[in-house]
Ligand binder design. Structure first.
Ligand code: HEC
Length: 129
């Protein structure tokens, strides 16, 4: 292999390796929202049946999702209410995770109710059907 071919092979390899870094950007989609809807429902039933292990994972998943939603609206701009709703959702999900970890499942369930109110507020303002 010539030096030049080696060079371009190496470049191709570097570009391939770098790709995932450029693909981490988050897009708010109906699919993603449907997934988080399922996760929230499952979280509710796991709290009711006292399955703390699954409930904790779900609360953490919801918290991570809304951190990304927050970043999405920050990048989009001109959507301060959506940024605030997403931040609040992230915080409430984190609070749910803490309550589950502290084995206070009643507090966790109450916070899920607050969270679902934020879902509705954001939909009223930002979801167009
Ligand atoms: C920061 C704003 C915001 C928050 C908070 C939010 N959503 Fe959404 N949601 C949206 C937007 C915008 C759409 C429309 C997405 C689209 O159709 O592309 C949507 C769509 C949906 C849909 C409909 C998907 C479909 O089938 O078209 C569901 C279900 C949903 N969200 C569930 C939830 C749940 C559950 C929560 C709270 C745990 C939540 N959302 C919180 C903005 C938000």
């Amino acid at each position: 292999m010539s030096t030049m071919r080696k060079g371009s092979a190496l470049l191709a390899l570097l570009l391939l390796a770098a790709r995932p870094v450029f693909c981490v950007e988050f897009d708010l989609t109906a699919d993603g929202m449907r997934d988080i809807d399922d996760t929230t429902k499952s979280l509710n039933s796991n709290l009711a049946t006292k399955n703390s292990k699954n409930a904790l994972g779900e609360a953490q998943e919801i918290a991570a999702f809304f951190l990304q939603v927050q970043g999405y609206y920050e990048a989009k701009g001109n959507a301060q209410d959506a940024v605030d709703y997403a931040r609040k959702s992230h915080e409430l999900a984190g609070q749910i995770a803490k309550s589950v970890a502290a084995n206070d499942l009643d507090a966790a369930a109450a916070t899920v109710s607050s969270l679902t109110r934020i879902c509705k507020s954001c939909h009223n303002a930002y979801k167009t059907d």
